[in-house]
Design a protein around this ligand. Structure first.
Ligand code: MRU
Length: 353
């Protein structure tokens, strides 16, 4: 199973990331060593997927501390410089709340140690980032065990975007549920929606499932209704970037449409996400910020020539919000939450953050 795509190398004091922009064509590594390279990796989607963004951000805090030590030194004034860097890091991408969650968790460790020196802070942050990486995989396996019970032998599962090992520290959320069901001995086949414009489904979900020997078929996003109508989909499982207190769930653009189609065809639609993806500060999905990305992703799908007439306008919202009423269950590491979500989320997730 893929879990080496995020690798801290102590000798180089660098974080090596398997560059997801180039998969599956080639396996190239990107080196993160300071704030600029962390932000670049996040914004350009060298690494992506909410939990992987969170883990990378935790390492990013460490690199911010090291950079501050190199640039401002350990004398007076380093605190303000470090705070500025953390603020920049926290805002690298707006929708996946795991980014804010990780930076806030590490900031809290700092606040709990008044008077701590910069080198000592860097050390505890690096340890925490490494632990967070290990914990994320464990959390995903717990989530997988809960979710796998929802899948039957022979199920054909549709997923959107990539919520697999590559989107996390390992195993995955939505795709992790599939891996867990396969591990239980169930025969599961997967429909991976291609997920325009970045093609996380066609490139990444297909890549990792295929590598693990799970039967996967890629479908154009616009085939979803037909596939459901033809009876080729038994269940849908997707990941999430942020889940509001009422269960509204932000995920990759197109997810909302898949959920509506699942409802229309009587197909259960599940969301799988760790508790770090819940944002109880957002009462509903209305408050979730939606990232808008460069039109170029839409106009230049291969990176070379444009497929649209020059000067034409483009919508490139990266996420949408699926209303809670379309979600049959939210699979977490603590169990499967069911409606009414305001109550189940408050009970199982609330109080934690
Ligand atoms: O823009 P991306 O590729 O970071 O978006 C990723 C998704 O939407 C995933 O489905 C989500 O982060 C869940 S990942 C386990």
């Amino acid at each position: 199973m893929l879990n080496t795509h995020i690798r801290y190398e102590p000798e180089a004091d660098a974080l090596m990331l398997l560059d997801q922009r180039y998969l599956p064509r080639r396996e190239e590594w990107y080196e993160v060593r300071d704030l600029a390279t962390t932000v670049y990796a996040l914004q350009e989607m060298v690494i992506r997927g909410a939990p992987a963004i969170g883990v990378t951000a935790a390492y990013g805090c460490y690199f911010c501390a090291r950079e501050t030590q190199r640039t401002e030194g350990t004398g007076e004034g380093w605190e303000a410089a470090l705070r500025d860097r953390l603020e920049t890091l926290k805002n690298a991408r707006p929708t996946a709340v795991n980014l804010r969650w990780a930076v806030e968790e590490l900031t809290k460790m700092w606040e709990e140690r008044p008077g701590i020196g910069l080198p000592a802070l860097a050390t505890i942050w690096l340890d925490r980032a490494r632990a967070m990486q290990r914990e994320d995989e464990e959390i995903n396996k717990a989530m997988g065990a809960h979710g796998a019970n929802l899948l039957k032998d022979g199920d054909r599962v549709m997923t959107h975007c990539n919520a697999g090992a590559l989107a996390t520290a390992g195993w995955g959320t939505a795709v992790g549920v599939i891996y867990s069901a396969v591990e239980q001995g169930k025969k599961i086949t997967v429909v991976a929606n291609e997920t325009r414009p970045f093609l996380q489904g066609a490139r990444l979900t297909a890549y990792e499932l295929h590598k693990c020997g799970v039967d996967v078929t890629v479908a154009c996003d616009n085939a979803c209704a037909l596939l459901m109508k033809k009876g080729l989909v038994d269940k849908v499982i997707v990941g999430a970037d942020r889940i509001a207190a009422n269960g509204d769930a932000a995920n990759k653009i197109g997810t909302y449409g898949v959920a509506l189609l699942a409802k229309a065809h009587g197909i259960p639609f599940y969301v799988a996400a760790p508790s770090s993806t819940f944002d109880l500060r957002c009462p509903t999905g209305e408050e979730i910020p939606i990232e808008e990305r460069t039109p170029r992703e839409v106009t230049h799908p291969t990176g070379e020539s444009a497929i649209t007439p020059e000067g034409v306008k483009v919508y490139n919202f990266a996420f949408d919000v699926t209303p809670a009423e379309l979600i049959a269950g939210i699979i977490t590491e603590k169990g499967v939450l069911t409606p009414p979500y305001t109550e189940s989320i408050a009970k199982i997730i609330g109080g934690k953050r």
